[in-house]
Design a protein around this ligand. Structure first.
Ligand code: N01
Length: 561
């Protein structure tokens, strides 16, 4: 893998503070930020500065280097599309890529498009303030930099502010503490250690599977059993990749017009039977079981699509739960442990998790499943974790406790719009935006993967590029028409918020506690954070662009002069 720090000559920790003016300042060097850098600098010829807190590009793929980290979107669909050459020249080795390979791809993109020269690494944006007189943003960093820019693009990521419950005793623990979302870049030696992993979402399940292979003993603290199905990962052969590359533009068009920003029945190996158009209620037990079985074996998220009502109908959801319970009973030898792993909430309430050997780790003598629901964690001690009934003495605690999703990374920057209004204040009762891209009172600042956009519920790279394209079209429109600023009309924004929440309330996601509506964090204002259905979203964005940005206030040049 390329050494990330060396990629940028400007990442040296002692570089002098800068005071410069750019057309566009981008915050964040994840996929959204890199796509924006390419679009604005290379395609449109704007001057751009990209600022990134980490020592390398990659966003979550930079930070999530925990053992076992892997993507749950198929590699062939999880890649940037802005360059036809890039789509042809890169090859993936597995159906679901591991984090090091994704980071190697990120570094290839940075090098291939000579991005490092316009990036400042090891630099955290602390504030962004709108100056109404000049219609410019003033962006400040923790390195003492000050940048003036007409446009700001916040590509800070939907799941990039790690969340850790504030248990008493955190400072008392004498061993090592890590969070999966802030994994150190130096090696972490877990061999022959007693390790606790708290949390069994996507991160916890992947980490537990890997750590179980090296730890002396692993305690997995599970509060809620999630729905976990096989990834059925495998090597990708050249023919399969070439078949996708040969039809790339057509396939990409399919993905961008599908509800999740990716599509099945479009890869050469797809099994059409597991993308069912039937209700789970309209078939007999035998057919239902056979379809579930086929989806389970095909792997990935195909179980989701085996029937068309698993995420809608209570009985259908129960059938899926019963099928998964049956599988767990055959995979986990100890009946008590198996029973604890069976999800009881509606199928699909929390994000489906893909596993490779997770259930089997509970057959190992060095792994213990701790039921943190009936016996919750009370505190940390000098030696480990204390629940109501037991002290678990460990050397290392790994928190896989998730993220302050969608709003967390934006709220920790002091963003001030018109009249000095802060974004945190504007969002005190939940986020308000139009399209999840712009906020009333905050002209010319654009969010990529913002709250109330579909990014976190879709193939995030496809969603990021769709937003970058929409934003760059809008910026070009402003510049072509000599319009100094745009922002949402308050009424259009209110309607958008209403629509996002209505879709959320009608969905399975609000039937349980999860990050989609902030329910994973005590005190976070409950509000649905994702727009459901990427295809509908793209259509709404296209419609607004085609009507010269109806629903947005476009300032006229004279007014702001
Ligand atoms: O976080 P999560 P994540 N006591 O919020 C538990 C993406 N992602 O980092 O379910 C005890 O899902 C919490 O318990 P409960 C993906 O979008 C993708 O795993 O709330 N436990 C839960 O088990 C994913 O959805 C990939 O009862 C506590 C866990 O911590 C998103 O990131 C890989 C607790 C948090 O699970 C977040 O996933 C990784 C407490 N006080 C991440 N507080 C892939 O592409 C929290 N928990 C594969």
């Amino acid at each position: 893998m390329t050494d990330q720090v060396k990629l940028s000559p400007d990442s040296a920790k002692d570089r002098p503070a800068e005071r410069e003016t750019f057309d566009v300042v981008i915050v964040g060097a994840g996929f959204g930020g890199l796509a924006a850098l390419h679009k604005f600098r290379d395609e449109l010829g704007y001057s751009v500065r990209l600022i990134e807190a980490a020592s390398g590009a990659g966003g979550v793929w930079y930070w999530n280097g925990y053992p076992g980290a892997r993507c749950d979107v198929e590699s062939l669909q999880y890649a940037l599309a802005f360059s036809p050459e890039l789509t042809q020249e890169w090859s993936w080795t597995e159906r679901f890529s591991a984090q090091p390979e994704i980071l190697a791809y990120v570094n290839h993109v940075v090098e291939r498009f000579d991005m490092a020269r316009d990036m400042r690494l090891d630099t955290r944006v602390t504030s962004a303030s709108y100056d109404e007189t000049s219609a410019n943003w003033i962006i400040k960093t923790d390195r003492g930099d000050q940048y003036d820019a007409r446009y700001v693009i916040m590509a800070t990521g939907p799941l990039s502010t790690p969340y850790m419950p504030a248990w008493p005793g955190l400072d008392d623990f004498k061993g090592e503490i890590h969070h999966t979302g802030l994994w150190p870049h130096e090696p972490v030696d877990l061999s022959d250690k007693r390790v606790a992993i708290v949390g069994t979402g996507s991160s916890g399940v992947q980490a537990a599977t890997a750590v179980s292979q090296e730890a002396e003993h692993l305690f997995v603290f599970q509060r809620t059993p999630h729905h976990i199905v096989p990834a059925t990962n495998r090597p990708l052969d050249g023919d399969e990749q070439n078949a996708v590359k040969a039809r790339y533009p057509e396939l990409y068009a399919n993905w961008t017009s599908s509800p999740a920003g990716m599509s099945w029945r479009s890869l050469p190996t797809d099994d059409p039977v597991v993308t069912g158009d039937k209700s789970a209620l309209e078939v007999g037990d035998e057919e239902r079981q056979a379809t579930f079985e086929r989806a389970w074996n095909y792997g990935g998220t195909t179980l989701h699509r085996s029937f068309n009502d698993l995420l809608i109908d209570e009985r259908a959801s129960q059938y899926a739960n019963e099928f998964i319970a049956g599988k767990i009973a055959t995979l986990v030898k100890d009946p008590e442990t198996a029973a604890l792993l069976v999800p009881t909430q509606y199928y699909g309430t929390k994000r489906l998790i893909l596993e490779t050997g997770y259930y089997e780790i509970f057959n190992q003598p060095n792994v213990t499943l701790v039921d943190a629901k009936s016996d919750p964690i009370e505190c940390l001690t000098a030696k480990g974790i204390r629940t109501g009934s037991t002290d678990y003495d460990v050397d290392v605690i790994i928190f896989a406790t998730g993220y302050d999703a969608l709003t967390g990374s934006l709220n920790r920057i002091d963003i001030r719009g018109r009249d000095g209004m802060t974004l945190a204040d504007a969002w005190r009762d939940g986020p308000q935006s139009h399209l999840g891209i712009m906020v009333s009172g905050f002209p010319n600042i654009f969010l990529i993967s913002g709250p109330q956009s579909p990014s976190a519920l879709a193939n995030v790279i496809v969603a990021n590029e769709q937003q970058v394209n929409w934003v760059s079209d809008a910026v070009r429109y402003l510049d072509d028409h000599d319009i100094p600023a745009m922002e949402p009309e308050t009424e259009a924004q209110a309607k958008w918020v209403e629509e996002v929440n209505a879709r959320g309330m009608a969905s399975i996601y609000t039937k349980g506690a999860n990050w989609y509506w902030g329910a994973n964090i005590n005190g976070k204002s409950p509000s649905f954070l994702c727009f459901i259905n990427f295809a509908d979203y793209k259509a709404a964005c296209d419609e607004i662009a085609s009507t010269h940005y109806s629903g947005f206030v476009l300032a006229d040049a004279k007014q702001s002069a």
